[in-house]
Design a protein around this ligand. Structure first.
Ligand SMILES: NC(=O)c1ccc[n+]([C@@H]2O[C@H](COP(=O)([O-])OP(=O)(O)OC[C@H]3O[C@@H](n4cnc5c(N)ncnc54)[C@H](OP(=O)(O)O)[C@@H]3O)[C@@H](O)[C@H]2O)c1
Length: 329
């Protein structure tokens, strides 16, 4: 099969389109014929091996353990392992994969897949898993956003933020999105009641008025984030500023926030997102009810994955950067 492969850590130039063997599957795994994948900042982390903390955490000290990049996947089940009960060949699925989705086939655990939402294209479905689950866990599971609350989403036009705005709205909150001027129209179209242009104003513009702040941009100190929060408000830290910090990926706020929480009425919560079929199914419900529509920035062919990654990391995407993979059937 064709796949985007890397032998060493480095910039997008280290990626090559090559013919390699299809991945094998274990008893609990599904072989997916990939129709679409997506790009998220985690792909950049695994491609570059930066922050170095990621290498120590088990992704490979000198070179990436998994040579094919790409985590989000949407496609058709080609084969199932002996103990797979939830899926059968021919079924359309979406989720996250183990072997890398910038390829014609990928292996995925059955517990990390769900049936593709009705009415979504493969490209739209591939845009959902990593970013949608992160936004869902930030807005609903961590912050527990309730009707009538005021929510601030920082990085509202990005992969996670574009889902967070819609999920907060669907939870009955009023939403202010923080983004650059070029993406203000998109963020309003996703349901934001108000927009703060981060190139002109800061997030504490309106004083300590937000019950919940979801920070995906990762480049503001805790003190500034707290100034936008009500005295008993909740901050969810999603982004860590991975590009700027070579060793730890800007995890300093993540470590300090829980300590500081002990001394303040505000809840300061770092998020480590999890990949679970039940969270995909919760997203499917939001999508099929019309409350959430994946926002797509651009679609790139498999061979152009390096450009797609460069585009994401250059910043300012309006929604998700997606990769389309031609069917092999
Ligand atoms: N904690 C977890 O488990 C978890 C899971 C997934 C992702 N993440 C992290 O979450 C972060 C965001 O991911 P993503 O996929 O949403 O990235 P993304 O698609 O690149 O979006 C980031 C957004 O941040 C906005 N932005 C840039 N500078 C800003 C500033 N100074 N103020 C406010 N907004 C600014 C940009 O909007 P404009 O172009 O409009 O400026 C951009 O759209 C990354 O650090 C990623 O690693 C964490």
């Amino acid at each position: 099969m064709k796949a985007i492969v890397q032998d060493v850590y480095g910039p997008a130039d280290v990626l090559r389109l090559r013919d390699i063997d299809r991945p094998g599957i274990g008893d609990e795994e599904v072989l997916v014929e990939v129709r679409a994948a997506a790009v998220d900042p985690g792909v950049w982390v695994l491609m570059t091996g930066r922050p170095y903390l990621a290498r120590v955490m088990g992704f490979g000290l000198r070179r990436p353990k998994v040579a094919v990049r790409g985590r989000d996947v949407a496609g058709v089940v080609a084969a199932v392992g002996a103990r797979v009960t939830r899926f059968r060949p021919g079924q359309e699925v979406y989720g996250t994969c183990e072997s890398g989705s910038y390829a014609e086939y990928a292996s995925a655990r059955q517990g990390r897949l769900a049936p593709k939402p009705a009415g979504l294209t493969f490209e739209q479905a591939a845009a959902v898993p990593v970013s949608g689950m992160t936004a869902l866990q930030a807005v609903r599971h961590s912050a527990g956003v309730r009707p009538g609350q005021r929510v601030l989403v920082i990085g509202a036009s990005g992969g996670v933020g574009s889902f967070a705005v819609q999920i907060a709205r669907a939870s009955g909150a009023s939403v202010t999105g923080v983004c650059g001027a070029a993406n203000a129209g998109l963020v309003r179209s996703l349901g934001a009641d108000d927009v703060i242009d981060h190139t002109r104003e800061e997030i504490d513009r309106d004083g300590p008025c937000y019950d919940v702040v979801v920070d995906t941009a990762g480049n503001r100190p805790l003190s500034l984030l707290r100034r936008a929060l009500t005295p008993r408000g909740t901050l969810v830290i999603v982004g860590g500023g991975h590009v700027a910090y070579r060793f730890t990926g800007g995890m300093g706020r993540t470590f300090r926030a829980p300590l500081l929480s002990v001394f303040t009425g505000q809840r300061l919560l770092p998020l480590i997102s999890r990949e679970r079929a039940e969270h995909l199914e919760e997203l499917t419900g939001l999508i099929e009810s019309g409350a959430v529509i994946p926002a797509i920035d651009s679609v790139h062919p498999l061979a152009a994955v390096p450009d797609a990654i460069r585009h994401l990391i250059a910043g300012h995407p309006g929604g998700k950067v997606v990769v389309t993979v031609p069917g092999t059937a």
